[in-house]
Design a protein around this ligand. Structure first.
Ligand code: ATP
Length: 241
């Protein structure tokens, strides 16, 4: 499983994460919810190795990730679907997917590609199109497909619903539900707390870089402070979307 223990991290003078401790077991989907600037992306940066920890540790499947270079962390089966998708706009759908299979053989890459096209048929239809011509939702599917091409054992997602219409968010979250498997951990960072907690098994609330609350996703979605801070406002946002 993924284990984050007493993690502190930040940028220059700014300390963003303070003693963050959490875990994600194989087979679980765990949501991290929190407001803008709570430190969610920073947490993912440390897990992925693009930002060093000041103290504390991150380990996955018994192996310490803290201190490893990002490509070594990727080789441990860890993949991120970044905020804002970050697909390669000039590359075709197929080429974007192949980038995700860089550590795999040709035969494996071809097999994974077919799996992605079965999961996201619209990507198969647009396989030769430059990624820049896809809609936001299709780009999100492509970013997810690219990460899945590496058959991750830890899949981290940063705000997959951001900027997408509710109907598209539904479809992305349905795909995530299909990805649940006994040998994979999924860590889902979301401002859309309602959607994230509806999908996840457990959740953590990150406030100002600290874990303010943790528990079963069902319990968190009924918690008054969570409803007040993260679910009430969202209803309005969704209704207005
Ligand atoms: P959002 O949903 O807006 O992305 P977040 O919970 O992911 O929010 P972070 O992006 O982790 O939050 O940011 C946490 C804090 O760290 C914020 O105050 C932000 O301004 C600051 N921060 C983020 N990146 C940097 C950076 N590269 N240099 C300095 N400060 C940063």
């Amino acid at each position: 499983m993924l284990r984050v223990e007493k993690l502190c991290a930040g940028y220059g003078e700014i300390q963003v994460l303070n003693d963050v401790t959490l875990h994600v077991a194989f087979g679980e989907i765990v949501a991290i919810v929190g407001a803008n600037g709570a430190g969610k992306t920073t947490l993912l940066r440390v897990i992925m190795g693009s930002l060093g920890a000041r103290s504390g540790s991150v380990s996955f499947d018994g192996r310490r990730l803290s201190g490893l270079a990002p490509h070594r962390i990727a080789a441990c089966g860890v993949r991120l679907v970044p905020e804002g998708r970050r697909v390669f706009p000039a590359l075709s759908v197929e080429e974007n997917l192949l980038v995700g299979a860089i550590l795999r053989s040709r035969v494996e890459a071809a097999r994974e590609m077919e799996r992605m096209y079965a999961l996201f048929p619209v990507l198969a239809e647009r396989r030769r199109a430059p990624a820049s011509t896809l809609s936001g939702g299709q780009q999100q599917m492509l970013a997810l497909g690219r990460a899945l091409m590496g058959r991750p054992r830890l899949l981290a997602l940063d705000e997959p619903s951001l900027g997408l219409a509710p109907i598209v968010v539904e479809s992305i979250f349905r795909s995530l539900a299909e990805l649940r498997s006994a040998d994979t951990c999924i860590l889902l960072v979301e401002q859309n707390a309602r959607k994230a907690l509806a999908l996840a098994d457990r959740g953590y609330v990150l406030e100002n870089g600290r874990i303010a609350l943790e528990g079963k996703a069902d319990d968190l979605s009924r918690d008054r402070s969570v409803i007040h801070a993260y679910l009430g406002g969202e209803e309005g946002r969704e209704a207005g979307a």
